[in-house]
Design a protein around this ligand. Structure first.
Ligand SMILES: Cc1ncc(COP(=O)(O)O)c(C=O)c1O
Length: 371
């Protein structure tokens, strides 16, 4: 019996999701966003599955993540869009990574390093990275000069939506389209124009998708919409988090469990001990709120989730509430609703967050197995 919690990632589901989403947004090209360890799925393995599934690009936050993909044997084009001040971009040349540049200094550094192609990252309203509109003229003028002198190609132009409302997203789209026009007036015509991530790509039709969409969450088989399940979208969750039972203990009515006795047994019952906790990326706030699938039943997480352990109520050892559990049985924290598992969305709802956070916070140290 292994003592360890484990993430099982169904690479067939990742490839299936590529096929479904690619068809949904055709003729736009597809970038798989594999930042944050591929939303907890394991960056290199997920990237290789997406590569096999036929995505056109991979997207990551920074050059560290991009270099890790190259070292793992990933050969697809990789875009990275968040850079530290003073970044020299020499690694971008060495590892054939395409930077998205957010300002003139980054553009100049790319040209100086000999980066062959960049995307221009524009802030159309998110107020995070990306050049703001007042900087566009200088950035576009310089990009045009660099391109005309053969020093560097502007292969793409990108922005990122706030997903606040269709109106506000529409303003951002209009702003990006006008930027593409201004670049065109300077003779710069980037073939890759991209703005939409999962939610926009699946909501806004062909105009909003431009020539490339950047899919993160949906490619992992999770829905970006509160009112549409993965099944509604035809996608399949790829990740299952399971953990073996390492202890079963009978406790009398009134007995508490874990720190602070935030839960006391309402009746004589049994607790199953699961070796997973907040050090593995399970939110402590899920204490007394979430459930796991064990012995064919949903069993509530009771008492405080600790650093490396949690307990679930499996009922008395006989009667209607009793769940048949033996040491070594697997409890599923979340996975695919179609298999009867609780989902990342269930955990998100129980803890007041979003499925993105539930998967992205899963610790790197959890063993990942690919099927
Ligand atoms: C710039 C950028 N593009 C695309 C994505 C993918 O978003 P989603 O997971 O909603 O598809 C992200 C994720 O936050 C992002 O930061």
């Amino acid at each position: 019996m292994t003592r360890e919690a484990r993430l099982t990632i169904d690479t067939g589901a990742l490839r299936h999701n590529v096929a479904i989403l690619r068809e949904a947004v055709a003729p736009a090209a597809v970038m798989a966003v594999v930042k944050a360890n591929a939303y907890g799925h394991g960056a290199v393995d997920a990237a290789l599955a997406f590569e096999e599934g036929g995505v056109d690009w991979l997207g990551v936050v920074d050059l560290d993540e991009a270099v890790a993909l190259r070292r793992g044997g990933v050969s697809l084009p990789v875009l990275s869009w968040l850079h530290a001040p003073g970044e020299t971009f020499e690694r971008a040349v060495r590892f054939e990574i395409t930077p998205a540049v957010s300002d003139l200094a980054q553009l100049e550094a790319c040209a100086a390093a000999g980066v062959p192609a960049v995307h221009l990252c524009l802030d159309t309203g998110l107020s995070r990275n990306g050049a703001v509109e007042s900087e566009w003229e200088a950035l576009f003028d310089r990009a045009a000069i660099l391109e005309q002198s053969g020093l560097l190609r502007v292969e793409g132009v990108m922005s990122h939506l706030s997903n606040t409302s269709p109106q506000e997203d529409g303003h951002q789209l209009a702003s990006l389209v006008s930027a593409v026009g201004s670049l065109g007036e300077r003779g710069v015509n980037p073939p890759l124009q991209h703005l939409a991530a999962s939610a926009a790509a699946l909501s806004y039709g062909v105009a909003g998708r431009l020539t490339l969409v950047r899919f993160g969450l949906a490619l992992y088989g999770l829905s970006p919409f509160p009112d549409r399940t993965p099944e509604d979208l035809g996608i399949r969750p790829a990740l299952t988090l399971s953990v073996p039972v390492i202890g079963v203990k009978a406790i009398p009515a009134g007995e508490g469990t874990s720190y602070g006795y935030t839960w006391r047994a309402p009746r004589d019952t049994r607790l199953a001990l699961l070796p997973i906790g907040y050090a593995d990326g399970i939110e402590r706030i899920a204490s007394n709120r979430a459930s796991v699938l064990l012995g064919g039943r949903l069993c509530p997480v009771v008492g405080r989730i600790a650093m490396n352990a949690m307990t679930v109520d499996i009922g008395p050892d006989r009667g209607a509430d009793s769940v048949a559990v033996s040491l070594g049985d697997e409890a599923v924290l979340f996975g695919d609703a179609a298999a009867g598992h609780p989902t990342a969305a269930d955990w998100a709802e129980a803890t007041g967050t979003i499925a993105y956070e539930v998967v992205a916070r899963l610790s790197h140290r959890l063993p990942r197995r690919y099927t």
